[in-house]
Every structure is written in structure tokens, then in C-alpha cells.
Design a binder for this molecule. Sequence first.
Ligand code: SDX
Length: 427
Amino acid sequence: MSEQANITLGSKSLEMPVKHGSIGPDVVDIRKLYGQTGAFTFDPGFTSTASCESAITYIDGDEGVLLHRGYPIQQLAEDSSFMEVAYLLTEGELPSKDELAKFEHTISRHTMVHEQLMQFFRGFRRDAHPMAIMCGVVGALSAFYHDSTDIDDPKQRMIASHRLIAKMPTIAAMAYKYSIGQPFIYPDNSLSYTGNFLRMTFGVPAEEYVVNPIVERAMDRIFILHADHEQNASTSTVRLAGSSGANPFACMAAGIACLWGPAHGGANEAALEMLREIGRPERIPEYIARAKNKDDPFRLMGFGHRVYKNYDPRATVMQKTVRELFKELKVTDPVFEVALQLEEMALNDSYFIEKKLFPNVDFYSGIVLSAVGFPTSMFTALFALARTVGWVAQWNEMIGDPEQKIGRPRQLYTGAPQRDYVPIAKR
Ligand code: SDX
């Protein structure tokens, strides 16, 4: 007899099956609740709701654990590559040498975008936010690839997935080039995925661009750290959009739009701007006080997390990457010292301790990206570039799930009961 959860609602009672995962919390299957009791569950923000079954990423927020197909993020960040992690997330297992070479070759054959897509950029102001451009241009891909939008055809889903993974760096680099008035640089498939992106971003037609292996490794690691993160807001957006049968390019554009928010992917841009505004360690107490003040909407950007009530393991790797990059490039940034002292003060402050607020992936990432040469406006676009791999993996898993159906939450209605229309002459 499988484990049951019981609920009694007035005169009605219901036994609901408890489902067990391979690791992590059990779930109570409430799908019959409304039909048998007439009541909904109520969970704004889905703090206690599992929206799906997934085998891609596991997070233990209390222990600060992040696994991709069972492999700890620390090991993947240290020993793997972004292309290998992309294969792992989308295919389910680490690739053999030949499988990886074939995957990288396939991806490299989709790095160019349709020449006409360049016209889309001309419609934006030069100072358009790169995320505005990414939303528009990625959504527009739907208009160029009618041969890979039939989501019921696994072959078309695979081609669309490879196109998205391959073209995001090209589009992100184009968004940057457009913003600084420099010509677009075509992909060079003799380079690695990340090296190709760096050249498209920082190269110019006037001279040869040599990829710095130290920067290439740091960026590749940053992409690994941002690749996937279970059912976060933007991934849930991609799943919800995909559940209606929308084409994958439109679904990814929806994910980009959601990621842009400062409470989510936009926090990396906001965190660096906050650290720069603080400017020097003596001003940290003022900002800590503001973050604790209920009447002040200010929050420490890059701090806190819906799931992690411990240190975000990605933040640990990110801080290590800052140290390594600064040492190897012989550079520094006073903002890093502000970040370290801000972390130290916050983690010793009862407000942050009681609310279990720790640095998250966005707290240090901006310092690395700034050291590499990206403007803060590009930070979330880089997050979207990397997270496209996770979105694609999660979207494919959702489409392939026999139990998936269109997402359609209900509500607790608190508006006016039925009433009759009153003609304006009588109001
Ligand atoms: C990402 O979901 C994911 O996996 C996301 C992500 C991914 O990889 O996809 O990990 C990427 O989005 C990381 C988070 C980036 N956002 C930020 O750094 C923005 C700052 N952080 C907060 O806005 C907040 O912590 C959230 C949005 C991240 C989480 O908010 P929750 O889970 O809804 O928690 P909450 O807002 O209810 O906060 C709980 C309490 C509140 O105080 P009380 O109302 O209980 O008194 O903690 C306080 C909050 O006021 N709080 C903070 C704070 N974060 C929460 N107070 C000061 N500074 C903060 N940063």
C-alpha cells in the first residue's frame, strides 16, 4: 500500500498519494483535491509546490547542494567544460570523447544567424538594453526556422535545441557590438564555444583577435555556473510557455523576459551597481542598515535566495574565480574588497543569520564579468546565454513528459460577487 496523506475539509476527507523522488523532499499528489473537495491549494510564489517531475538538476537549499544529473556543481566547474555540461544537461549523461566532439561539431554548425536577422538590430536605439534586444531577436528566430518548430517531431526539437544553444552567443555578441557601434563579427568555428563568443564580442575586423586562455576558462566556468537551476522563475516560464505548444524560440524569449527582472537574473547587474554605489568599506554599515529597514525597499542585491538557506555553492566558486582571474591577469578592483567585507558583515549580522540570507550566484559574478571587460548592461544577457542550455533541457523534458498538460493555475477570488450592469445614466 503506497503512503497516503489525508486531508479533511468540512465533511469531506481525501487520501492523496505521496510520491517519492530518488533524493529530496516527497510530494503529495493533490491532483484530485479540487474534484473531490471543491477546494484549491493556495501557494503564491509556489514556495511549497512541485510543478513537475524532473531528472535534470537537484538543489538541497539547506545544505547548499547543487547537482546536475547527479554531478556536484563544484566538480563540474573545476573539471568540466560548458559544452560538456550542455551535453550532460540535454542528453542526461557525461559524453565520451567522440560524443563530445560530435556535439561540439554539431553546435558549431549552427553558430551563424540568418543574414536578414541583422536588420532587426537596426530597429533598436544604440542605447537599447541588451536584454531588450535579446527578447526581440530570439523571439524573431521563430520567423526564420519554420523547419524546426514542430514540437511533436523529436528531430525538429533537437535541431531547434542545437540552434538555440549555438546562436545565443552570436546574438549576445551582436547586441554588445550594436550598443558600441562596432561591426558584427562572424563566428569562427575553429575556436571553442566560449573562445568564439569572446572573439565575436571583443574582436574587430581591423586586427586579429587572440583568445586569452585565462579569460576563456573563467568565462566557460561562469557559463557552467549559470547553466541550469531546477524550476527557477525563468525556467518555469519556459515550461509554462512550452506547455501551450508554443515554438521553442518563442518559449526561450519568454524565459529571457522573466530572467531580466532584478529579483532574478537581473540581480548580477544590480549587485555590481550596488557595490560600486557603496564604493568603499566605510559605507557598508549604512547599506546593511537600509537592507534591514522594513520601511526601505532597498535589498542587498546578490543576497538571499528562495531555495538556498545556506551558501549558494555557485557563489563559492565565483569568489574563487575572482581571486584566480585577478591573480593571473594581475588586475584588481576595489569593489571586490567591498564585496568581501559586505559579505563578512552581513553573515555576522543577526538579521541575515535569522533570515538565512547568504550570497547567491549574482553577488560576485559581476566582478568577474567587469574584469573581463563587459559593461554591466551585458551581465544578464550573459546569464541568458548560459541558461539557454538549461531552458532547452527542461523544455525538452517537459515536452517528452507523458503526464505534462497545459499549465493553468486557479485562484482565490476576492472580487465582487455577481451583480447587474448599471446604465451610465443611473451611476
Ligand atoms: C537568482 O530561483 C533560482 O534558482 C534563481 C537563480 C537561478 O539560478 O535561476 O538562483 C538566480 O535569481 C538568484 C537570486 C538573485 N536575486 C537577488 O539577489 C535579489 C535580492 N534577493 C531578494 O530579492 C530575495 O532574496 C529573493 C527574491 C532572491 C528571494 O526572495 P524570497 O524567497 O521570496 O524571500 P522573501 O523575499 O520572502 O525574503 C524573506 C525575508 C523577507 O523579510 P521578511 O518579510 O520575512 O521580514 O528576507 C528578506 C525579505 O525582506 N530578504 C532580504 C533580502 N532577501 C530577502 N532582505 C535584505 N536583502 C535581501 N537581499
